[in-house]
Design a protein around this ligand. Sequence first.
Ligand code: 3PG
Length: 306
Amino acid sequence: MPKVLIATEKPFAAEAAAKIKAEFEAAKYDYKFLESYTDPSAFHEAVADVDALIIRSDKVTEEVLNAAKKLKIVVRAGAGYDNVDLKSATVHDVVVMNTPGQNSNAVAELAIGMMIYLTRGKFNGKSGGELAGKKLVLFGYGHIARLVARMAQGIGMEIFAYDPYISADIMTKDKVKPLTKIEDIFKTGDYVSLHIPANSETKKSINWDLLSLLPEGATLVNTARKEVIDEDGLLKAFAEKKGFRYVSDVAPDNLDKINEQFADRIFCTPKKMGAQTAEANVNAGIAAAKQIIGYLEKGDKTFKVN
Ligand code: 3PG
């Protein structure tokens, strides 16, 4: 009987955990949960005897993989897999998958929610602004960005997107105007929303050279990863660009410094919240469980990323 560990430092909603259990019970798999752990050694211990692993942003390092003697598959219940050492997983003969699209709606709603919240001055009782009629540029046009586009169209924004890996026809069909140069993202957007992964190419790539191009009063929206931001460039944008605003799912490391002078122009979630809805947890959790069963029973490698 295969054994699965569900290791979530940030636990799934109870409803999602119950549905994951039901999937494994129906498949006659053994399973255990390790939730809200604070010490990585608890993770190393728990992973020692399992064939499969479900994680969220939990770090799967070489150390974890060394400890996981029987491990065959890791499924990241979510989109980004920058928390998994893919090279080491491949060396250890462990398949890594994600569950693309399953939590996208939650993240898209957070992006729109944070845009409205800061544009309305965090509901401080004074006159704020509106999104309608403003230009929104999506940097990256994957699952989340497409949902943000649909929601923003409903609000009445004009939408643009840049994504060198996605055909312009897909954007045009969605009534989204394709951009062909990175610089144009920042020159065009009243709102620039980041939908890029964190990797060696993108880390610290959102720097002053790009932020300096933003129009006056523009807002940068980050539901991607804090690592893609060059934090010195971000601070400079606050200091030098009149009315520049930033909303982010997880604060930059220099938040205190930014808050000293620009607290009214920044909003960050205290803990990564993008996928923190029961619906997203259920969708991603069930998908992860099914992908594990599909791989172990039939060798189905759909969504393999290594
Ligand atoms: C993702 O990559 O899917 C999101 O960032 C969600 O991450 P989480 O599962 O840690 O909330």
